[in-house]
Design a protein around this ligand. Structure first.
Ligand code: FAD
Length: 254
């Protein structure tokens, strides 16, 4: 798994916004306290709602939370999660199964998805990851995978691919994949905002979740807690009997 991209600030734009809100003093102080661009953008967007960059900008505001940690903690505790939607992270999940991708795409809110096409892409290798539950029969499992590969290559060899148009290849590739297993290794690029990532980590590292997606979202959780410590400050991890980790937030579904 690779962390591919994340939201960054346009420093000129931030400066202009701070000028607009007469919040240059706040900006100077806040950037020193909060070098993390995603967390800063979220705080900036939230403060813009109430002009809470300092006392006096909004006559109704008599005190503000100066510290980014206090600010974000309060957002999480109150469940004001919409501002977490301003910043996203993009991950590449590589060599994951179609089982995982099928479960992942059920999470619709706040995501962008680009999944390897198994209509266009005719597999060269048919890799299948074996969960540890099958260790007692690992030999039989490997044999079954080899059998599927052999049967696929037999059917594939019945076509003269060099003489086929691209459209014909696409049609036959798509038809042939019907005998391939759900476990086939594939790739997916997944972008989600932090509100969504928090939710998907919670759902997919739950002990009741499937083991592969639990492993992958355990890694997502570890990355997010490392790179965005305030946004994930309320998550704690518990080791499960199979060696994977559950990551549970104090504040669910902000
Ligand atoms: C352990 C586990 C077992 C599962 N088993 C099954 C199963 O057997 N069969 C099956 O079909 N699915 C199953 N699922 C998938 C599950 O039902 C959800 O589809 C999936 O987890 C996506 O979560 P979500 O509905 O919260 O959607 P997300 O897209 O992650 O949305 C997040 C939240 O936004 C809100 N939201 C999103 N879309 C809408 C909308 N259209 N209208 C109103 N509010 C919305 C909801 O509050 C939702 O919880 C399982 C999931 C897990 C984690």
């Amino acid at each position: 798994m690779i962390k591919l991209a994340e939201t960054r600030l346009d420093q000129n734009g931030v400066q202009q916004l701070a000028e607009h809100y007469s919040a240059l003093e706040w900006l100077k102080r806040a950037r020193q306290l909060q070098p993390n661009e995603a967390e800063f953008l979220i705080e900036l967007s939230g403060r813009a709602c109430y002009k809470s960059f300092g006392v006096g900008l909004n006559p109704n505001v008599t005190m503000i939370r100066e510290n980014p940690k206090d600010y974000i903690s309060n957002v999480l505790a109150k469940g004001d999660g919409s501002i977490l939607e301003h910043a996203t992270v993009t991950f590449a999940f590589l060599n994951v199964s179609r089982i995982l991708t099928h479960e992942l795409v059920r999470h619709r809110a706040g995501t962008a998805i680009s999944q390897e096409s198994l209509r266009y892409v005719r597999p060269r290798d048919i890799g299948v990851w074996m969960p540890s539950d099958l260790e007692p029969i690992s030999g039989k499992f490997a044999e079954a995978v080899e059998e599927i590969k052999r049967r696929y290559r037999d059917l594939e060899a019945k076509f003269d691919w060099d003489k086929m148009t691209f459209e014909q290849k696409k049609r036959v590739t798509s038809a042939l994949r019907r005998i391939l297993p759900d476990g086939i290794a594939t790739n997916i690029i997944w972008t989600a905002n932090h509100r969504t990532i928090r939710w998907v980590i919670e759902m997919r590292t739950d002990p009741s979740a499937e083991v592969e997606i639990r492993k992958v979202f355990g890694q997502v959780a570890a990355i997010c807690m490392r790179y965005y410590p305030l946004l994930y400050s309320d998550f704690t991890s518990t080791k499960l009997p199979d060696g994977t980790y559950q990551y549970a937030p104090k504040f669910s579904k902000v």
